[in-house]
Design a binder for this molecule. Sequence first.
Ligand SMILES: [Zn+2]
Ligand SMILES: [Zn+2]
Length: 127
Amino acid sequence: MEPIKQRYSKQRETILQVVRSTLVHPNADWIYKETRKQIPNISLGTVYRNLTQLVESGQILKLKDDALVRYDGNIDHHDHFRCTSCGKWYDVQLLDPSAINAFNKNHKFRIESFNLELEGVCEHCAD
Ligand SMILES: [Zn+2]
Ligand SMILES: [Zn+2]
């Protein structure tokens, strides 16, 4: 038997790899199904608990899609484009972060972070 602590960190590491392995911005159910391929006896509650801890420690991002919560393994600054036709999320870069510096120089507000969520139709759904 492995020590319990070691087993927990192994679960978290596996879940982190699952989230980082995809660009689909998966929800918890998707992550649960993928994680079970590697840890067959893991519970959905354990997956949720680890996702929360990974978000709190800044290793993954939590995104909201209406009522659905999605997760993102890409923690570098980027914006999101959501296709209203197929529901897919894409990583995009609309605003250069240097635009924020220019804005801050010219206004009384000081923007410290931003995350744009754009909506439209993706190239696969455009025809
Ligand atoms: Zn689409
Ligand atoms: Zn993303």
